[in-house]
Design a protein around this ligand. Sequence first.
Ligand SMILES: Cc1cc2nc3c(=O)[nH]c(=O)nc-3n(C[C@H](O)[C@H](O)[C@H](O)COP(=O)(O)OP(=O)(O)OC[C@H]3O[C@@H](n4cnc5c(N)ncnc54)[C@H](O)[C@@H]3O)c2cc1C
Length: 499
Amino acid sequence: MSATFFAAVRGALGAGAVDVSDAVRAEYGRNRLPGGDRRPAGVVSPASTDEVATVVRLAGEHGVTLWPTSTGRNAGLGEFSPVREHQVVVHLGRRMNRIVEVDERLGYAVVEPGVTFRQLRAELARRGDTLMLSATSGPPDGGILGNALDRGAGYTPYFDHFGMLCGLEVVLPDGGVLRTGDGALAGAKTRFVNKSGFGPLLDGLFSQSNLGIVTRAAIWLMPRPPVIKGFAFAFPEDDDLAEIFELVRPLKLTNAVPTLVKVTSGSYGFGTEERYPFHRTGGAVPLPDEVRAELQDRHGTGAWLVSGALYGPSEQALEPGIERIRAHFEASGKATYVPHERMVEDPVYKIHLDTFGGEPTDRELGLLDWRPGGGATWFLPATPMLGEVAQLHQRTSRKILTEHGFDYMVEFVCGPRAARALHIIVFNREDPAEVARMNAAYQALVTAYDELGYPIGRTPTDRQEWAMGRLPEFERTCSRLKAALDPSGVLAPGKYGIE
Ligand SMILES: Cc1cc2nc3c(=O)[nH]c(=O)nc-3n(C[C@H](O)[C@H](O)[C@H](O)COP(=O)(O)OP(=O)(O)OC[C@H]3O[C@@H](n4cnc5c(N)ncnc54)[C@H](O)[C@@H]3O)c2cc1C
Protein backbone atom coordinates (compact mmCIF):
# COMPACT_ATOMS: atom_id res chain seq x y z
CA MET A 1 0.00 0.00 0.00
CA SER A 2 2.73 2.43 0.89
CA ALA A 3 4.51 1.85 -2.47
CA THR A 4 1.44 3.01 -4.41
CA PHE A 5 1.06 5.94 -1.96
CA PHE A 6 4.66 7.05 -2.50
CA ALA A 7 4.23 6.74 -6.28
CA ALA A 8 1.09 8.88 -6.11
CA VAL A 9 2.85 11.53 -3.98
CA ARG A 10 5.79 11.58 -6.42
CA GLY A 11 3.32 12.09 -9.26
CA ALA A 12 1.57 14.98 -7.51
CA LEU A 13 4.47 16.74 -5.72
CA GLY A 14 7.53 15.66 -7.72
CA ALA A 15 10.20 13.06 -7.01
CA GLY A 16 12.12 15.40 -4.67
CA ALA A 17 9.24 15.37 -2.17
CA VAL A 18 9.60 11.66 -1.33
CA ASP A 19 12.45 9.68 0.23
CA VAL A 20 12.11 6.03 1.15
CA SER A 21 15.81 5.14 1.24
CA ASP A 22 17.04 2.99 4.12
CA ALA A 23 19.46 5.69 5.24
CA VAL A 24 16.75 8.34 5.47
CA ARG A 25 14.30 6.00 7.18
CA ALA A 26 17.00 5.17 9.74
CA GLU A 27 17.79 8.85 10.25
CA TYR A 28 14.16 9.86 10.81
CA GLY A 29 13.55 6.86 13.07
CA ARG A 30 16.36 7.79 15.44
CA ASN A 31 15.63 9.21 18.88
CA ARG A 32 17.08 9.18 22.39
CA LEU A 33 14.24 7.43 24.19
CA PRO A 34 14.43 4.12 26.08
CA GLY A 35 11.64 2.71 23.89
CA GLY A 36 14.06 2.43 20.93
CA ASP A 37 14.20 3.87 17.41
CA ARG A 38 11.02 3.72 15.31
CA ARG A 39 11.54 3.77 11.57
CA PRO A 40 8.97 5.43 9.36
CA ALA A 41 7.90 3.85 6.07
CA GLY A 42 9.35 6.93 4.34
CA VAL A 43 9.48 10.71 4.44
CA VAL A 44 7.43 13.18 2.39
CA SER A 45 8.13 16.91 2.27
CA PRO A 46 5.28 19.06 0.95
CA ALA A 47 5.98 22.67 -0.03
CA SER A 48 2.58 24.33 0.58
CA THR A 49 -0.74 23.97 2.37
CA ASP A 50 -2.26 22.62 -0.88
CA GLU A 51 0.46 19.98 -1.08
CA VAL A 52 -0.14 18.97 2.55
CA ALA A 53 -3.83 18.56 1.72
CA THR A 54 -2.88 16.41 -1.30
CA VAL A 55 -0.64 14.19 0.87
CA VAL A 56 -3.44 13.75 3.42
CA ARG A 57 -6.00 12.84 0.73
CA LEU A 58 -3.63 10.37 -0.90
CA ALA A 59 -2.85 8.79 2.49
CA GLY A 60 -6.59 8.27 3.04
CA GLU A 61 -7.00 6.70 -0.42
CA HIS A 62 -4.03 4.35 0.03
CA GLY A 63 -4.62 3.37 3.68
CA VAL A 64 -1.37 4.96 4.88
CA THR A 65 -0.88 6.69 8.24
CA LEU A 66 1.04 9.98 8.57
CA TRP A 67 3.27 11.46 11.29
CA PRO A 68 3.40 15.26 10.89
CA THR A 69 6.45 17.00 12.28
CA SER A 70 7.95 20.43 11.69
CA THR A 71 11.65 20.54 12.55
CA GLY A 72 12.01 17.27 14.52
CA ARG A 73 14.25 18.64 17.26
CA ASN A 74 12.10 17.26 20.07
CA ALA A 75 15.19 16.03 21.94
CA GLY A 76 14.29 13.59 24.71
CA LEU A 77 10.65 13.57 23.60
CA GLY A 78 10.87 11.74 20.26
CA GLU A 79 12.56 13.96 17.64
CA PHE A 80 11.42 13.04 14.11
CA SER A 81 10.47 9.46 14.92
CA PRO A 82 6.78 8.56 14.74
CA VAL A 83 4.77 7.22 17.64
CA ARG A 84 4.48 3.91 15.76
CA GLU A 85 6.80 2.27 13.25
CA HIS A 86 5.88 2.53 9.56
CA GLN A 87 3.92 5.76 9.85
CA VAL A 88 5.04 8.13 7.06
CA VAL A 89 6.88 11.19 8.37
CA VAL A 90 5.55 14.42 6.88
CA HIS A 91 8.58 16.70 7.28
CA LEU A 92 6.83 20.06 7.01
CA GLY A 93 9.87 22.11 7.91
CA ARG A 94 12.07 21.06 4.99
CA ARG A 95 10.28 23.05 2.29
CA MET A 96 7.78 25.16 4.28
CA ASN A 97 10.09 27.47 6.16
CA ARG A 98 9.10 31.03 5.31
CA ILE A 99 8.50 33.90 7.67
CA VAL A 100 5.42 35.04 5.81
CA GLU A 101 4.95 38.37 7.55
CA VAL A 102 6.18 40.40 10.52
CA ASP A 103 3.88 43.10 11.91
CA GLU A 104 6.06 45.29 14.08
CA ARG A 105 3.23 47.52 15.27
CA LEU A 106 0.89 44.76 16.41
CA GLY A 107 3.75 42.48 17.47
CA TYR A 108 3.44 39.21 15.61
CA ALA A 109 5.10 37.07 12.96
CA VAL A 110 3.27 34.68 10.67
CA VAL A 111 5.38 31.57 10.23
CA GLU A 112 5.40 28.27 8.38
CA PRO A 113 6.31 25.04 10.24
CA GLY A 114 10.00 25.12 9.34
CA VAL A 115 10.74 28.54 10.82
CA THR A 116 13.23 28.02 13.65
CA PHE A 117 13.97 30.04 16.78
CA ARG A 118 17.36 30.95 15.30
CA GLN A 119 15.81 32.06 12.01
CA LEU A 120 13.14 34.27 13.58
CA ARG A 121 15.69 35.75 16.00
CA ALA A 122 17.92 36.69 13.04
CA GLU A 123 15.02 38.22 11.15
CA LEU A 124 13.99 40.32 14.16
CA ALA A 125 17.59 41.53 14.55
CA ARG A 126 17.71 42.41 10.85
CA ARG A 127 14.59 44.50 11.32
CA GLY A 128 16.18 46.54 14.09
CA ASP A 129 15.36 44.49 17.19
CA THR A 130 12.09 46.14 18.06
CA LEU A 131 10.50 42.79 18.93
CA MET A 132 11.65 40.01 21.28
CA LEU A 133 11.23 36.30 20.68
CA SER A 134 10.38 33.84 23.44
CA ALA A 135 12.88 31.03 22.81
CA THR A 136 13.39 27.70 24.59
CA SER A 137 16.66 26.65 26.19
CA GLY A 138 16.62 23.68 23.80
CA PRO A 139 17.90 23.41 20.21
CA PRO A 140 18.04 26.79 18.40
CA ASP A 141 17.01 24.93 15.24
CA GLY A 142 13.82 23.76 16.89
CA GLY A 143 10.74 25.25 15.27
CA ILE A 144 8.31 27.87 16.53
CA LEU A 145 5.21 25.92 15.47
CA GLY A 146 6.25 22.37 16.42
CA ASN A 147 7.39 23.54 19.84
CA ALA A 148 4.19 25.50 20.44
CA LEU A 149 1.91 22.69 19.22
CA ASP A 150 3.65 20.27 21.58
CA ARG A 151 2.96 22.89 24.30
CA GLY A 152 6.60 23.74 24.79
CA ALA A 153 7.44 26.90 26.67
CA GLY A 154 10.00 29.66 27.15
CA TYR A 155 11.07 32.02 29.91
CA THR A 156 9.90 35.54 28.99
CA PRO A 157 6.42 36.92 29.77
CA TYR A 158 5.41 35.32 26.43
CA PHE A 159 6.56 31.90 27.70
CA ASP A 160 3.26 30.14 26.90
CA HIS A 161 4.08 29.39 23.29
CA PHE A 162 0.82 27.70 22.42
CA GLY A 163 -1.08 30.53 24.10
CA MET A 164 0.83 33.00 21.90
CA LEU A 165 -0.30 31.35 18.64
CA CYS A 166 -3.17 33.00 16.80
CA GLY A 167 -5.03 32.17 13.61
CA LEU A 168 -4.00 28.57 12.93
CA GLU A 169 -4.26 27.26 9.39
CA VAL A 170 -4.96 23.55 9.67
CA VAL A 171 -5.21 20.76 7.12
CA LEU A 172 -7.83 18.36 8.42
CA PRO A 173 -7.69 14.58 7.99
CA ASP A 174 -10.11 14.73 5.03
CA GLY A 175 -7.92 17.29 3.24
CA GLY A 176 -10.11 20.30 4.10
CA VAL A 177 -8.42 23.48 5.35
CA LEU A 178 -9.68 25.13 8.56
CA ARG A 179 -8.64 28.59 9.75
CA THR A 180 -9.31 29.08 13.44
CA GLY A 181 -10.62 32.14 15.29
CA ASP A 182 -11.41 35.15 13.15
CA GLY A 183 -9.56 33.48 10.28
CA ALA A 184 -12.69 31.40 9.68
CA LEU A 185 -14.09 34.30 7.65
CA ALA A 186 -12.26 34.54 4.32
CA GLY A 187 -10.34 37.81 4.18
CA ALA A 188 -10.74 38.61 7.90
CA LYS A 189 -8.33 41.41 8.85
CA THR A 190 -8.24 40.35 12.52
CA ARG A 191 -7.07 36.80 11.85
CA PHE A 192 -3.74 37.12 13.60
CA VAL A 193 -4.74 39.41 16.47
CA ASN A 194 -8.08 38.13 17.78
CA LYS A 195 -8.43 34.56 18.98
CA SER A 196 -11.69 34.87 20.84
CA GLY A 197 -14.16 35.61 18.11
CA PHE A 198 -17.15 33.53 17.11
CA GLY A 199 -18.13 30.11 18.44
CA PRO A 200 -16.04 27.46 20.18
CA LEU A 201 -12.29 27.96 20.50
CA LEU A 202 -10.96 25.14 18.33
CA ASP A 203 -7.22 25.90 18.57
CA GLY A 204 -6.63 23.53 21.48
CA LEU A 205 -7.79 20.56 19.43
CA PHE A 206 -4.58 20.77 17.42
CA SER A 207 -2.03 20.73 20.24
CA GLN A 208 -0.67 17.42 21.59
CA SER A 209 -3.15 15.70 19.30
CA ASN A 210 -3.62 14.00 15.94
CA LEU A 211 -6.61 15.89 14.58
CA GLY A 212 -4.94 18.16 12.02
CA ILE A 213 -1.69 19.41 10.46
CA VAL A 214 -0.94 23.06 11.16
CA THR A 215 0.59 24.76 8.12
CA ARG A 216 0.96 28.32 9.43
CA ALA A 217 0.02 30.60 12.32
CA ALA A 218 0.96 33.89 13.90
CA ILE A 219 3.19 33.89 16.97
CA TRP A 220 2.75 36.96 19.12
CA LEU A 221 5.93 38.85 20.00
CA MET A 222 6.69 41.28 22.80
CA PRO A 223 8.44 44.63 22.19
CA ARG A 224 12.11 44.21 23.13
CA PRO A 225 12.86 46.04 26.39
CA PRO A 226 15.73 48.54 26.09
CA VAL A 227 17.54 46.99 29.08
CA ILE A 228 17.38 43.43 30.46
CA LYS A 229 19.06 42.96 33.80
CA GLY A 230 19.47 39.49 35.26
CA PHE A 231 19.88 38.41 38.86
CA ALA A 232 20.74 35.07 40.45
CA PHE A 233 21.15 33.58 43.91
CA ALA A 234 22.84 30.36 44.97
CA PHE A 235 21.34 28.46 47.93
CA PRO A 236 23.54 25.86 49.66
CA GLU A 237 21.24 23.02 50.77
CA ASP A 238 18.88 20.67 48.90
CA ASP A 239 16.18 21.32 51.47
CA ASP A 240 16.34 25.09 50.95
CA LEU A 241 13.86 24.42 48.15
CA ALA A 242 10.77 24.89 50.35
CA GLU A 243 11.90 28.36 51.42
CA ILE A 244 12.90 29.27 47.87
CA PHE A 245 9.40 28.49 46.57
CA GLU A 246 7.87 30.64 49.32
CA LEU A 247 10.21 33.49 48.32
CA VAL A 248 9.55 33.20 44.59
CA ARG A 249 5.73 32.95 44.70
CA PRO A 250 4.98 36.55 45.80
CA LEU A 251 7.44 37.91 43.22
CA LYS A 252 5.47 36.20 40.49
CA LEU A 253 1.96 36.75 41.88
CA THR A 254 2.61 40.51 41.99
CA ASN A 255 4.56 40.48 38.72
CA ALA A 256 7.50 42.11 40.50
CA VAL A 257 9.62 39.90 38.22
CA PRO A 258 8.29 39.85 34.64
CA THR A 259 10.25 36.78 33.49
CA LEU A 260 9.58 33.32 34.82
CA VAL A 261 11.92 32.48 37.71
CA LYS A 262 14.17 29.47 37.30
CA VAL A 263 15.01 27.35 40.32
CA THR A 264 17.73 25.07 38.97
CA SER A 265 19.31 22.16 40.78
CA GLY A 266 23.11 22.37 40.99
CA SER A 267 23.51 19.28 38.81
CA TYR A 268 21.18 20.63 36.07
CA GLY A 269 23.30 23.82 36.16
CA PHE A 270 26.81 22.37 36.08
CA GLY A 271 25.69 19.38 33.96
CA THR A 272 25.67 21.68 30.94
CA GLU A 273 29.44 22.13 31.25
CA GLU A 274 30.68 18.93 32.96
CA ARG A 275 30.75 15.24 32.06
CA TYR A 276 29.94 12.59 34.65
CA PRO A 277 33.21 12.08 36.58
CA PHE A 278 33.37 8.29 36.49
CA HIS A 279 37.06 8.49 37.42
CA ARG A 280 36.05 10.10 40.72
CA THR A 281 33.30 7.60 41.56
CA GLY A 282 35.08 4.42 40.47
CA GLY A 283 32.31 3.90 37.92
CA ALA A 284 29.51 4.16 40.49
CA VAL A 285 26.25 6.02 39.76
CA PRO A 286 24.57 8.27 40.71
CA LEU A 287 26.85 11.12 41.72
CA PRO A 288 27.85 10.84 45.41
CA ASP A 289 26.81 13.89 47.46
CA GLU A 290 30.40 14.94 48.19
CA VAL A 291 31.36 14.98 44.50
CA ARG A 292 28.16 16.87 43.68
CA ALA A 293 28.96 19.43 46.41
CA GLU A 294 32.43 19.92 44.94
CA LEU A 295 31.03 20.55 41.46
CA GLN A 296 28.38 22.88 42.87
CA ASP A 297 31.17 24.86 44.55
CA ARG A 298 33.33 24.90 41.44
CA HIS A 299 30.52 26.39 39.35
CA GLY A 300 28.97 28.49 42.11
CA THR A 301 25.53 27.04 41.59
CA GLY A 302 24.88 25.93 45.15
CA ALA A 303 22.33 23.16 45.58
CA TRP A 304 19.82 25.52 43.92
CA LEU A 305 20.37 28.43 41.59
CA VAL A 306 17.49 30.93 41.51
CA SER A 307 17.41 33.33 38.57
CA GLY A 308 15.23 35.86 36.79
CA ALA A 309 15.47 39.22 35.04
CA LEU A 310 13.97 42.68 35.12
CA TYR A 311 13.08 44.74 32.07
CA GLY A 312 13.20 48.52 31.90
CA PRO A 313 14.17 51.71 30.11
CA SER A 314 17.68 52.06 31.60
CA GLU A 315 20.21 50.46 33.94
CA GLN A 316 19.53 53.18 36.44
CA ALA A 317 15.78 52.61 36.41
CA LEU A 318 16.31 48.90 37.18
CA GLU A 319 18.75 49.34 40.06
CA PRO A 320 16.13 49.85 42.83
CA GLY A 321 14.24 46.74 41.65
CA ILE A 322 17.40 44.62 41.73
CA GLU A 323 18.18 45.93 45.22
CA ARG A 324 14.66 45.05 46.43
CA ILE A 325 14.93 41.51 45.02
CA ARG A 326 18.37 41.16 46.59
CA ALA A 327 17.05 42.16 49.99
CA HIS A 328 14.10 39.80 49.55
CA PHE A 329 16.31 36.73 48.98
CA GLU A 330 19.18 37.73 51.24
CA ALA A 331 16.80 38.07 54.21
CA SER A 332 16.78 34.25 54.22
CA GLY A 333 20.39 34.38 55.40
CA LYS A 334 21.20 31.64 52.88
CA ALA A 335 21.34 33.27 49.47
CA THR A 336 24.59 34.20 47.73
CA TYR A 337 23.96 36.94 45.16
CA VAL A 338 25.29 36.49 41.62
CA PRO A 339 25.27 39.81 39.76
CA HIS A 340 24.33 40.32 36.12
CA GLU A 341 27.97 40.98 35.19
CA ARG A 342 29.02 37.47 36.30
CA MET A 343 26.01 35.96 34.53
CA VAL A 344 27.20 37.47 31.25
CA GLU A 345 30.63 35.85 31.53
CA ASP A 346 29.96 32.41 33.01
CA PRO A 347 28.37 29.91 30.59
CA VAL A 348 26.35 28.23 33.38
CA TYR A 349 24.52 31.51 34.09
CA LYS A 350 24.61 32.87 30.56
CA ILE A 351 21.99 30.30 29.52
CA HIS A 352 19.62 31.92 32.00
CA LEU A 353 20.27 35.45 30.76
CA ASP A 354 19.87 34.35 27.15
CA THR A 355 16.52 32.73 27.73
CA PHE A 356 15.19 35.71 29.73
CA GLY A 357 16.10 37.89 26.73
CA GLY A 358 14.70 35.56 24.07
CA GLU A 359 18.13 34.57 22.69
CA PRO A 360 18.31 31.00 21.38
CA THR A 361 21.27 29.15 22.95
CA ASP A 362 22.80 25.75 22.30
CA ARG A 363 24.72 25.69 25.58
CA GLU A 364 22.14 23.73 27.57
CA LEU A 365 22.38 20.90 25.04
CA GLY A 366 25.56 19.95 26.93
CA LEU A 367 23.22 18.15 29.35
CA LEU A 368 22.64 15.50 26.69
CA ASP A 369 26.28 14.43 27.06
CA TRP A 370 26.32 14.34 30.86
CA ARG A 371 26.47 10.58 30.70
CA PRO A 372 27.59 8.51 27.67
CA GLY A 373 25.39 6.36 25.46
CA GLY A 374 23.08 8.95 23.91
CA GLY A 375 19.90 8.36 25.96
CA ALA A 376 17.74 11.18 27.30
CA THR A 377 14.13 11.55 28.30
CA TRP A 378 12.00 14.10 30.15
CA PHE A 379 9.65 13.62 33.09
CA LEU A 380 7.41 16.71 33.17
CA PRO A 381 4.92 17.18 36.01
CA ALA A 382 3.80 20.57 37.35
CA THR A 383 4.57 21.67 40.90
CA PRO A 384 2.25 24.15 42.66
CA MET A 385 4.11 27.19 44.03
CA LEU A 386 3.96 25.90 47.58
CA GLY A 387 7.15 25.25 49.52
CA GLU A 388 6.00 22.05 51.16
CA VAL A 389 4.81 20.54 47.87
CA ALA A 390 8.06 21.44 46.10
CA GLN A 391 9.93 19.75 48.94
CA LEU A 392 7.75 16.65 48.64
CA HIS A 393 8.35 16.55 44.88
CA GLN A 394 12.08 16.98 45.34
CA ARG A 395 12.33 14.21 47.93
CA THR A 396 10.12 11.86 45.90
CA SER A 397 12.02 12.34 42.63
CA ARG A 398 15.47 12.37 44.22
CA LYS A 399 14.78 9.12 46.09
CA ILE A 400 13.41 7.27 43.06
CA LEU A 401 16.13 8.46 40.70
CA THR A 402 18.90 7.74 43.19
CA GLU A 403 17.58 4.24 43.88
CA HIS A 404 17.68 3.50 40.15
CA GLY A 405 21.17 4.95 39.63
CA PHE A 406 20.26 8.28 38.00
CA ASP A 407 21.11 11.86 38.90
CA TYR A 408 18.46 14.28 40.10
CA MET A 409 18.73 17.02 37.43
CA VAL A 410 15.77 19.35 37.63
CA GLU A 411 14.85 22.87 36.71
CA PHE A 412 11.66 24.34 38.18
CA VAL A 413 10.43 27.13 35.89
CA CYS A 414 8.21 29.14 38.19
CA GLY A 415 5.12 31.16 37.37
CA PRO A 416 2.72 32.63 39.92
CA ARG A 417 0.83 29.44 40.75
CA ALA A 418 2.73 26.53 39.28
CA ALA A 419 6.20 25.61 38.10
CA ARG A 420 7.12 23.35 35.21
CA ALA A 421 9.28 20.75 36.92
CA LEU A 422 11.69 19.86 34.11
CA HIS A 423 13.39 16.57 35.01
CA ILE A 424 15.96 15.44 32.44
CA ILE A 425 17.13 11.84 32.76
CA VAL A 426 20.33 11.13 30.84
CA PHE A 427 21.21 7.47 30.47
CA ASN A 428 23.25 4.96 28.48
CA ARG A 429 20.96 3.78 25.72
CA GLU A 430 23.50 1.20 24.59
CA ASP A 431 23.39 -0.69 27.89
CA PRO A 432 20.23 -2.83 28.12
CA ALA A 433 20.50 -3.11 31.93
CA GLU A 434 20.61 0.67 32.24
CA VAL A 435 17.67 1.04 29.85
CA ALA A 436 15.69 -1.40 32.02
CA ARG A 437 16.55 0.64 35.14
CA MET A 438 15.56 3.78 33.29
CA ASN A 439 12.16 2.32 32.40
CA ALA A 440 11.62 1.19 35.98
CA ALA A 441 12.56 4.64 37.30
CA TYR A 442 10.19 6.41 34.93
CA GLN A 443 7.35 4.07 35.80
CA ALA A 444 8.02 4.60 39.51
CA LEU A 445 8.08 8.38 39.09
CA VAL A 446 4.77 8.51 37.25
CA THR A 447 3.13 6.13 39.71
CA ALA A 448 4.39 8.05 42.74
CA TYR A 449 3.29 11.43 41.34
CA ASP A 450 -0.11 10.00 40.28
CA GLU A 451 -0.64 8.71 43.81
CA LEU A 452 0.29 12.11 45.26
CA GLY A 453 -2.15 13.78 42.83
CA TYR A 454 0.34 15.45 40.46
CA PRO A 455 -0.05 14.20 36.88
CA ILE A 456 2.51 14.46 34.07
CA GLY A 457 2.04 16.77 31.08
CA ARG A 458 4.02 16.75 27.83
CA THR A 459 5.19 13.16 27.41
CA PRO A 460 7.81 11.39 25.26
CA THR A 461 6.31 9.52 22.32
CA ASP A 462 7.30 6.09 23.67
CA ARG A 463 5.04 6.59 26.73
CA GLN A 464 2.09 8.47 25.30
CA GLU A 465 -0.18 5.48 24.72
CA TRP A 466 0.51 4.11 28.19
CA ALA A 467 0.02 7.55 29.78
CA MET A 468 -3.37 8.01 28.11
CA GLY A 469 -4.46 4.63 29.48
CA ARG A 470 -4.52 6.24 32.97
CA LEU A 471 -7.29 8.66 31.91
CA PRO A 472 -10.31 6.60 30.74
CA GLU A 473 -12.98 9.30 30.33
CA PHE A 474 -10.54 11.76 28.75
CA GLU A 475 -9.43 9.02 26.36
CA ARG A 476 -13.04 8.20 25.41
CA THR A 477 -13.79 11.84 24.61
CA CYS A 478 -10.60 12.28 22.56
CA SER A 479 -11.43 9.08 20.65
CA ARG A 480 -14.89 10.37 19.82
CA LEU A 481 -13.40 13.59 18.47
CA LYS A 482 -10.89 11.51 16.49
CA ALA A 483 -13.66 9.33 15.05
CA ALA A 484 -15.60 12.43 13.98
CA LEU A 485 -12.67 14.22 12.32
CA ASP A 486 -10.52 11.29 11.17
CA PRO A 487 -12.73 8.21 10.84
CA SER A 488 -10.17 6.23 8.84
CA GLY A 489 -7.30 7.10 11.20
CA VAL A 490 -4.99 8.82 8.69
CA LEU A 491 -3.20 11.12 11.13
CA ALA A 492 -0.77 9.57 13.60
CA PRO A 493 -2.94 6.98 15.36
CA GLY A 494 -1.56 6.47 18.86
CA LYS A 495 -0.18 10.00 19.25
CA TYR A 496 -0.90 11.03 22.85
CA GLY A 497 -2.75 7.71 23.02
CA ILE A 498 -5.57 8.96 20.76
CA GLU A 499 -6.89 6.24 18.47
C1 LIG B 1 18.73 20.61 26.94
C2 LIG B 1 17.36 20.79 26.40
C3 LIG B 1 16.61 21.89 26.76
C4 LIG B 1 15.31 22.05 26.31
N1 LIG B 1 14.62 23.16 26.68
C5 LIG B 1 13.34 23.31 26.31
C6 LIG B 1 12.58 24.44 26.72
O1 LIG B 1 13.09 25.35 27.37
N2 LIG B 1 11.28 24.53 26.33
C7 LIG B 1 10.71 23.58 25.57
O2 LIG B 1 9.54 23.70 25.24
N3 LIG B 1 11.40 22.50 25.15
C8 LIG B 1 12.69 22.34 25.49
N4 LIG B 1 13.39 21.24 25.05
C9 LIG B 1 12.67 20.19 24.27
C10 LIG B 1 12.70 20.29 22.73
O3 LIG B 1 14.00 20.05 22.24
C11 LIG B 1 12.16 21.59 22.17
O4 LIG B 1 10.85 21.79 22.68
C12 LIG B 1 12.09 21.59 20.62
O5 LIG B 1 11.89 22.91 20.18
C13 LIG B 1 10.95 20.72 20.08
O6 LIG B 1 11.26 20.33 18.79
P1 LIG B 1 10.74 21.07 17.47
O7 LIG B 1 10.62 22.51 17.80
O8 LIG B 1 11.66 20.66 16.37
O9 LIG B 1 9.29 20.48 17.23
P2 LIG B 1 8.88 19.22 16.34
O10 LIG B 1 9.73 18.06 16.72
O11 LIG B 1 8.82 19.59 14.92
O12 LIG B 1 7.39 19.04 16.86
C14 LIG B 1 7.06 18.58 18.12
C15 LIG B 1 5.84 17.67 18.00
O13 LIG B 1 4.71 18.48 17.64
C16 LIG B 1 3.94 17.88 16.60
N5 LIG B 1 3.90 18.77 15.44
C17 LIG B 1 4.97 19.45 14.96
N6 LIG B 1 4.60 20.20 13.94
C18 LIG B 1 3.28 20.00 13.76
C19 LIG B 1 2.35 20.55 12.85
N7 LIG B 1 2.72 21.45 11.95
N8 LIG B 1 1.07 20.14 12.91
C20 LIG B 1 0.70 19.24 13.85
N9 LIG B 1 1.54 18.70 14.76
C21 LIG B 1 2.82 19.08 14.71
C22 LIG B 1 4.62 16.58 16.24
O14 LIG B 1 3.94 15.51 16.81
C23 LIG B 1 6.01 16.66 16.87
O15 LIG B 1 6.47 15.46 17.34
C24 LIG B 1 14.73 21.07 25.46
C25 LIG B 1 15.49 19.97 25.06
C26 LIG B 1 16.80 19.84 25.52
C27 LIG B 1 17.57 18.65 25.08
